[in-house]
Design a protein around this ligand. Structure first.
Ligand SMILES: Nc1nc2c(c(=O)[nH]1)N[C@H]1C(S)=C(S)[C@@H](COP(=O)(O)O)O[C@H]1N2
Ligand SMILES: [Mo]
Length: 200
């Protein structure tokens, strides 16, 4: 694992200011919640959607299947290469939402059981290979890493990869989630070192 590797498009595999770890650190604001699936639902609501959409975990997991192996970059400067994620692909979830939209969606706010939120522009949210992961490196996601369900967005800093996700709020325009209101960048591109709000 060299830190001088390049991606196909010529960017460095390891973004500037990052160091490589083979560990899988747990980065959580607050403590790990216990997600009780009894009574749990995944909710989609907000801008352009007349009727909210609701799925049980069982229903959500039947929407589709996807596996991808990608790098993970935390803004606190650690990066972990080659994480094998498995779960429900973004395309399958969006295929359920899109036909019900009456207006254009510009961004989303992701909601988690613990109250954590994070915002993404719609094009970042819909990037191919994004997924709602249930497994990491062949094992069910542990509660610390967001089990039973976490969103994973590979091309932005890992704070956008919301653990214990249970909802998508559709927005007409971008807004700020938890870290984005607390000093972090609205978008968070690791190759642009979009770490802090003052860089916007
Ligand atoms: N719900 C929730 N999701 C979260 C966080 C959090 O505190 N709460 N932390 C974020 C941050 S800052 C990072 S780096 C990654 C870390 O994921 P990991 O703990 O599985 O390594 O989760 C992100 N998702
Ligand atoms: Mo992070």
């Amino acid at each position: 694992m060299s830190s001088e590797e390049m991606l196909d498009d010529g960017r460095a595999r390891l973004p500037s200011g990052q160091f490589l770890t083979t560990r899988f650190p747990v980065l959580t604001y607050g403590s790990t919640p216990v997600v009780e699936l009894d009574g749990w639902s995944f909710n989609v609501s907000g801008h352009g959607l007349a009727e909210p959409i609701e799925w049980t975990m069982e229903e959500f997991l039947t929407l589709g299947k996807h596996e991808t192996t990608r790098d993970f970059h935390c803004v606190t400067t650690w990066s972990r290469y080659d994480n094998a994620w498995r779960g429900v692909p973004i395309e399958a979830v969006w295929a359920q939402i899109n036909p019900h939209l009456t207006e254009e969606v510009g961004a989303v706010m992701l909601h988690c059981t613990c109250g954590y939120t994070t915002n993404l522009l719609i094009e970042d949210f819909l990037a191919s290979d994004n997924l709602f992961a249930t497994h990491h490196d062949g094992e069910p996601l542990t509660p610390d890493h967001g089990g039973p369900l976490r969103f994973v967005c590979h091309h932005l800093y890992a704070w956008k990869s919301a653990k214990w996700i249970d909802g998508i709020e559709l927005l007409d325009m971008d807004a700020r989630g938890f870290w984005e209101r607390n000093g972090y960048h609205k978008r968070g591109d690791p190759w642009g070192e979009e770490r802090y709000a003052y860089q916007e």
